[in-house]
Design a protein around this ligand. Structure first.
Ligand SMILES: *Cc1c(COP(=O)(O)O)cnc(C)c1O
Length: 380
């Protein structure tokens, strides 16, 4: 990386959270001040208000604010176990191309991850599901990777045929839709992360579980709050995983802008799609039918990724890799017995994927500079 940059080569960050904050700073300051004035930092009205806003934004009836997106998955599966719908040793099918958090809670709950390969959209290939189903399969976790919903109709059809639960990992897809319905509303529930870099991000960790099932909502809420029914009465042992009041107040402000921010991402994606189409050696993202992609990441594939990233870096364009190692090849998963070559599409993606800068506050000039830099690498 060169030390000195002129104004023209000022670095374009892969993600610039500072700009987003700047655009809404007065409102955020007010929201934070409101919480400080009341010195009520756990639970209370601001959390309830955000839960209602987020449920209605998502097109569902119930939302539970939790500590983070990983816990949202953990709590949802735990609640299914608590209601006798899932048991120790049962199998859960998901995509090998995800962040480790999708399967981490399975380890804690004694459930077994069963991984499948991706299709051209980089999401779980629904055509591979049936071959992965055994007597022990109980749940499918579709991950709406990079902000693109999975092909939910095909997944739901398989789930229905085999009597499986569908729990959507929506950590990267706030606001994305399939057939006009929000992600997280198709199965038994949906889990969200509000990690700062997500499309809807808090100023720290945060997460949510959404569902239309009132009894599941109650169980998740109880487990997330020490298994308590009354202040000092506990039906069971749970954990402490709640959405902080400060984070809820911040998220309520930011939620108002989410649609516009997602549209900003979509506009930039459209510019990339148009300007970078047809370049030999560059694979652009493929969007499946009947869905809106909210471009948490804009991921391209390039054979010589290192050279490509270095060339863009020289031009002041910062890029990322999501993710360099698919789950089946993670050292943490070695006991599952998967081998190199088992999921060729995910492995090719892991070796070649590069995430270009994308966020609503990018200027047209910056988008153009990214495009020029990519074209320069391919000499077009
Ligand atoms: C971020 C993420 C999570 C975990 O969310 P945290 O809030 O970081 O715990 C889970 N699944 C996917 C696909 C993610 O991208």
């Amino acid at each position: 990386m060169s030390e000195v940059r002129t104004a023209e080569t000022k670095q374009i960050k892969h993600l610039d959270l500072g700009r987003q904050l700047q655009s809404i700073r007065p409102e955020i300051d007010l929201a934070i001040a409101g919480i400080l004035d009341k010195t009520a930092f756990v639970g209370g009205k601001p959390v309830e208000a955000f839960e209602q806003l987020f449920a209605s934004y998502s097109g569902t009836s119930h939302c539970v604010g939790v500590g983070n997106g990983t816990d949202a998955i953990y709590l949802a599966l735990w609640a299914l176990m608590q209601s006798g719908k899932l048991a120790h040793g049962d199998e859960v099918i998901t995509s090998t191309m995800s962040f480790i958090a999708t399967i981490e809670p399975l380890y804690q709950l004694g459930l077994k991850p069963v991984l499948v390969d991706v299709d051209d959209t980089y999401n779980l290939d629904a055509a591979l599901l049936e071959a992965a189903i055994t007597q022990k399969t109980k749940v499918i976790i579709p991950v709406h990777l990079y902000g693109q919903p999975c092909g939910m109709d095909a997944i739901l059809a398989v789930a229905k045929k085999h009597g499986l639960f569908v729990l959507e990992d929506c950590a990267q897809a706030h606001g994305a839709t399939f057939n006009g319905c929000g992600v997280g509303t198709f199965g038994v529930g949906g889990t969200f992360s509000f990690y700062p870099g997500k499309n809807l991000g808090a100023f720290g960790d945060g997460g949510a579980f959404i569902t239309q099932d009132e009894s599941l909502e109650k169980t998740v809420r109880m487990i997330a709050n020490h298994g308590r029914t009354l202040k000092y009465e506990h039906d069971m042992f749970g954990i402490n995983s709640r959405l902080d009041t400060l984070q809820a107040a911040i998220l309520s402000v930011k939620l108002k802008y989410l649609t516009a921010w997602n549209e900003g991402r979509q506009k930039i994606a459209a510019q990339y799609n148009e300007s970078l189409a047809g370049i030999d050696g560059l694979t652009l993202p493929v969007v499946g039918k009947n869905r809106t992609h909210v471009y948490h990441q804009y991921v391209v594939c390039v054979a010589d990724r290192d050279a490509f990233m270095a060339a863009l870096d020289e031009d002041g364009v910062q890029t990322g890799i999501h993710y360099p190692i698919p789950l089946h090849l993670q050292p943490a998963c070695s006991s599952l017995g998967y081998v190199q070559g088992q999921f060729p599409k995910a492995e090719a993606l892991a070796n070649q994927c590069v995430s270009l800068p994308i966020y609503a506050e990018m200027t047209d000039e910056e988008v153009s500079r990214v495009i020029v830099s990519v074209k320069k690498y391919f000499s077009v």
